[in-house]
Design a protein around this ligand. Structure first.
Ligand SMILES: [Zn+2]
Length: 122
């Protein structure tokens, strides 16, 4: 469980973001590690790594191109989350996004009750 030839593919703004990117890559089948900050370097599998001042995500060199493509996708989704209008609804059972006024979640079958949401009703 160690990278042969580690390459930093993402400089995250926060430790949390580094973890999100790492999870995103791992979910995509790419072995990835997050280095959270300088204080974590002592526990990092490769020992001391100099010049680390911010959380980074590392992958093996052979996965760099694939990782980059997924990171582009990750960033695109992040921007979309911020810019899209907040009229999407989410199943409160499983979190799946659902269309407005759908009464059953298409993902988990949870009955959805929007009756308390009266912003469109007059
Ligand atoms: Zn659901």
């Amino acid at each position: 469980m160690a990278l042969q030839d580690p390459v930093a593919v993402y400089n995250a703004a926060t430790n949390i973001e580094a973890q999100l990117v790492r999870i995103f890559l791992v979910d995509a089948g790419i072995e990835a590690f997050a280095v959270e900050d300088v204080s974590q370097v002592g526990t990092w599998a490769f020992g001391l790594l100099p010049e680390i001042h911010k959380p980074q995500v590392w992958v093996d060199r052979e996965n760099v191109e694939q990782a980059h493509s997924f990171i582009v996708e990750y960033e695109r989704r992040s921007r979309a989350d911020e810019s899209e209008p907040r009229n999407d609804r989410f199943c409160y059972e499983c979190g799946e996004s659902v269309e407005q006024n759908v009464s059953l979640c298409p993902s988990c079958g949870q009955a959805l009750d929007w009756s308390e949401d009266t912003e469109d009703a007059t």
